[in-house]
Design a protein around this ligand. Structure first.
Ligand code: SF4
Length: 379
C-alpha cells in the first residue's frame, strides 16, 4: 500500500507562523498544475508497482485551486494508478468553503476534508494572519456536513502566548462540541523562516513558555479523552474508525510519492524532495527533467527516524521488527536508558513494543533521542 501526496504551492496570504512552501502569486497556477500532471507521468514507476490507496492534496491551500484543475490531476492519477482509493483528502481553508465548491469536490471523488480552522477566536486568527474569521470557521463544519462529507478533520493550533489558557479552552470546547471525526492539534512552533521567527529574532515576538504549552497539551489530552477520542499520534485524535489513513501510512513508513514543488517522497529505503521554488520546479519540468533530489539515509539515520516517528504513535516502536530488519537489539543496547525512562513513568514495554506514556508524550523528542543509536551501536 502506498500514498500519493500532491503539493499545491499557493495561498491567499502568508500566515505568520508558517514556513511551508507556497506563493501568494497565483499567476503560475495553471502551469504548475500542468507540470504536476507531467511529473506524475515521469515518476509513475517510483512506487515500483505498489498499489496507491490514498491521495492527499496538501499545501499551500489546495482549496484555492479551481475544481477542473484538481479533476485533471485526479484523472491522471486514475490513469497511472488505477483502482479504487480508500481515502482522497483535500486540505481546505474555511473561507474557500461554499455549497458549490463542496459539491464539486465531492463529484470528483474527494471524500475527506482537512479543515485549516486553527482557532475559533478572532483575536487568535488575526494574530496568526489567517484569512478567515471565527464565523467562517464555525460555518465550515456545518457546510461540510450539509454537503455530505462524512470524513473531515479540524486542525487547531495551541500555545499562542497569552496571559491565560481561556482562549485555548474555548477553542477546544468549540471544536469538541462540533463532534468532528478527527482532530489534529499542533503546538505553535516558531519556525526561523516564518514571520513570527523573524519577529522573535528582532525581539518583537516572544513565544509562550514551555510550561504554558505543556499545560495546554495536557488539557487537550484530558478533554479529548473525556470526549472519547483515540489519540493515535501525539497531535492526532480520532473516532475509532476515522484515523487518517494517509498520515498513518507515513508513520508506519509505507512508501509515498510526493508530487509538486517541495513535495517529499519515500520509496521504502531512500527519501527525496523537489525544490521549494515554483520557478525552479517549472523550469525543470518544462525542459523535460525532474528536479527531484535523492536523500540517501544511513542505517543509523533510518533507525533513529523510525524510533522518533513510531514513539509518537499509539502503536509504538516494535523493537522485534527493528531487530529483524537491522539486526539490532535496542532493548539490550539501550537497556539502561529504557530502564530509567520506565522507572520514571515516561515509557513502557509491552511485548517488545516501546510506547510513550501520557507523561512521556510531553517530552517525546528528548525521550526518543535518549534511545537513538549511533554508529558505535551498529558496528
Ligand atoms: S498555514 Fe496554510 S494557509 Fe497559511 S500560509 Fe501556511 S500553507 Fe498557507
Amino acid at each position: 500500500m502506498a500514498g500519493l501526496y500532491i503539493h499545491i504551492p499557493f495561498c491567499k496570504q502568508a500566515c505568520y507562523y508558517c514556513d511551508f512552501h507556497f506563493s501568494t502569486n497565483l499567476q503560475s497556477m495553471a502551469s504548475v498544475v500542468d507540470c504536476i500532471i507531467l511529473e506524475l507521468e515521469l515518476r509513475k514507476d517510483y512506487l515500483k508497482g505498489e498499489t496507491v490507496n490514498t491521495i492527499y492534496f496538501g499545501g499551500g491551500t489546495p482549496s484555492l485551486v479551481p475544481t477542473e484543475f484538481l479533476e485533471k490531476i485526479l484523472d491522471q492519477i486514475a490513469r497511472l494508478f488505477p483502482g479504487k482509493k480508500q481515502e482522497v483528502t483535500l486540505e481546505a481553508n474555511p473561507d474557500d468553503l461554499n455549497p458549490k465548491a463542496l459539491a464539486n469536490w465531492k463529484s470528483i471523488g474527494i471524500d475527506r476534508l482537512s479543515l485549516g480552522i486553527q482557532s475559533f477566536q478572532d483575536e487568535i486568527l488575526q494574530a496568526y494572519n489567517r484569512v478567515h474569521n471565527s464565523v467562517e470557521a464555525k460555518q465550515a463544519i456545518q457546510l461540510a456536513r450539509a454537503a455530505g462529507f462524512e470524513k473531515f478533520s479540524i486542525d487547531l493550533i495551541y500555545g499562542y502566548p497569552h496571559s491565560d489558557h481561556r482562549l485555548w479552552h474555548l477553542d477546544l470546547e468549540e471544536a469538541l462540541c462540533l463532534d468532528p471525526g478527527h482532530l489534529s492539534a499542533y503546538s505553535l512552533t516558531i519556525e526561523p523562516q516564518s514571520t513570527f521567527g523573524n519577529w522573535a529574532k528582532k525581539g518583537k515576538f516572544s513565544p509562550a513558555k514551555e510550561e504554558f504549552i505543556a499545560q495546554q497539551f495536557e488539557w487537550l489530552q484530558e478533554q479529548c479523552d473525556k470526549a472519547g477520542y483515540i489519540q493515535y499520534e501525539i497531535s492526532n485524535f480520532s473516532r475509532p474508525d476515522q484515523a487518517a489513513l494517509h498520515n498513518s501510512n507515513y508513520w508506519k513508513r509505507s512508501p509515498y510519492l510526493g508530487i509538486g514543488p517541495s513535495a517529499h517522497s519515500f520509496d521504502g529505503s531512500a527519501r527525496g524532495f523537489n525544490p521549494s521554488s515554483n520557478p525552479a520546479y517549472l523550469k525543470a519540468l518544462t525542459t523535460g527533467s525532474l528536479p527531484f533530489i535523492i536523500e540517501n539515509l544511513t542505517t543509523e539515520e533510518r533507525i533513529n527516524e523510525e524510533i522518533l516517528t513510531s514513539l509518537r504513535t499509539l502503536w509504538g516502536l516494535d523493537t522485534a521488527s527493528l531487530a529483524g530488519r537491522y539486526q539490532v537489539d535496542i532493548l539490550e543496547i539501550k537497556r539502561h536508558s529504557i530502564a530509567k525512562l520506565t522507572a520514571i513513568g515516561m515509557i513502557y514495554n509491552k511485548e517488545k513494543t516501546l510506547t510513550l506514556t501520557r507523561k512521556g508524550q510531553l517530552l517525546a523528542d528528548s525521550i526518543a533521542s535518549e534511545i537513538f543509536l549511533d554508529s558505535h551501536d551498529l558496528s
